[in-house]
Write a protein that binds this ligand. Structure first.
Ligand SMILES: Cc1ncc(COP(=O)(O)O)c(C=O)c1O
Length: 391
């Protein structure tokens, strides 16, 4: 058969059909698998034969999801986990040891920041944070013990980009594992492996699920890296459940179509509000006002589904704006078919000092909009009325 496109494979890659001739993959909701005899059992445990033993190690639904994700990111293999954070942690803990050092972008999701600053140091793994928008400063932060460069692009919530070509070149120069959290872009909009990334990490909870139903995560990489991560996870147990894997694999069938609409809506919304009198600024990677617009055009196919807005009036205005919304959901998730608004300064980042917030790009009036799949005019109208009534 001719080589199929990723859009087709995201639909057609499927677990082998059973004797029941089902069309959709069934749910293999089983904790363990049976062996034909003692010899098969021995051979499977000895890794002499490939096959399922126990769903903490592998499961057909999970494997289907992993196979599709590896294909979509253009890397050899993948290991799926119960959450995105389990995937982030597995990428570190599966590959690094005490004494190793991680170079990391300063613009990271809060829990990734916490793992680097509070969890890994307890196990002797240290880090240095660098400015994601200043690649010329990265070399100077490399130590003899640096093993990994961990970045997130675009970042949550500031939408700061990391130059993936520069990151790939740095990793090559210093023999580092380049690990990219590709959650905001998804493999539809950006493939870090084409720039030299060795690991790509996802929270599948976001756009990959796309309807706010299940948690999940996945680390994708070369054979040896994924084998080491699998070994770590097989014993420590952050396995993705078969049901969640089934949902996520079905979700991948519509990922390309959904991402197009997320991008259409986000771009229309960002353009609509760009010169609004109630806003200090609107941030979206594909607006030419974005400070890294040229970079966004180079490494992303489209701008993604997240828009941030800086409201005039600081924290109080941000809170009043959220209270005035009628259609948009106030929720901690993103990448849902329903548009979601959050105010990081009074919620997710309220425990940081003002200076720490500003360093992470979180200004007092910053509102993050995860633009959903509704008619964009309805989303715009709700934001307009909430801006007016929070004045
Ligand atoms: C960029 C990024 N990485 C990782 C995560 C963690 O994912 P999960 O909530 O599935 O553990 C999130 C969650 O918001 C995220 O935005």
């Amino acid at each position: 058969m001719r080589q199929l496109h990723p859009e087709t494979l995201a639909i057609r890659l499927q677990t082998e059909r059973t004797q029941h001739r089902e069309h959709a993959t069934p749910l293999f909701n089983t904790s363990s698998f049976v062996f034909d005899n003692a010899e098969q059992m021995r051979a499977l445990f000895a890794d002499e034969e490939e096959g399922n033993i126990y769903s903490r190690f592998s499961n057909p639904n999970v494997r289907e999801f992993e196979t599709k994700m590896a294909m979509l990111e253009g890397l050899d293999d993948a290991f799926a986990t119960a959450t995105g954070m389990a995937a982030v942690f597995a990428g570190f803990a599966g590959l690094l040891s005490s004494g190793d050092h991680i170079l990391a972008s300063r613009a990271l999701f809060g829990s990734s920041y916490t793992i680097l600053t509070q969890v890994l140091p307890r196990f002797g793994i240290t880090h240095t944070m660098v400015d994601p928008a200043a690649p010329e400063t990265w070399d100077a932060a490399i130590l003899p013990s640096t093993r990994m460069f961990f970045v997130e692009t675009p970042s949550n919530p500031g939408l700061t980009l990391v130059d993936l070509e520069a990151a790939g070149a740095l990793a090559k120069r210093h023999d580092l594992i380049l690990n990219v959290d590709n959650c905001f872009a998804t493999p539809v909009l950006q493939n870090p492996a084409t720039f030299g990334a060795h690991l790509v990490t996802h929270s599948a909870t976001k756009f990959i699920d796309g309807q706010g139903r299940v948690l999940g995560g996945v680390v994708i990489g070369g054979k040896d890296h994924v084998a080491a991560i699998r070994k770590f996870c097989r014993n420590t147990g952050p396995a993705l459940s078969p049901f969640n894997a089934w949902v996520l694999s079905k979700s991948l069938e519509t990922l390309f179509v959904r991402m197009d609409r997320h991008c259409d809506n986000a771009e229309a919304l960002a353009r609509h509000f760009i010169d609004h009198a109630d806003l200090i600024s609107v941030n979206y990677p594909f607006l030419d006002a974005h400070p890294q617009y040229e970079l966004a055009r180079r490494q992303m196919k489209r701008g993604g589904g997240l828009v941030t807005m800086e409201l005039k009036g600081g924290v109080d205005r941000g809170r009043a704006f959220l209270d005035s919304l009628e259609l948009l959901s106030l929720s901690a998730n993103l990448g849902d078919s329903r548009t979601i608004a959050t105010h990081p300064a009074s919620t997710t980042h309220s425990k940081l000092t003002e200076a720490q917030r500003l360093e992470a790009g979180i200004t007092p009036g910053l509102v993050r909009i995860s633009v959903g799949l509704e008619h964009v005019d309805d989303v715009i109208a709700d934001i307009e009325q909430a801006l007016a009534s929070s004045r």
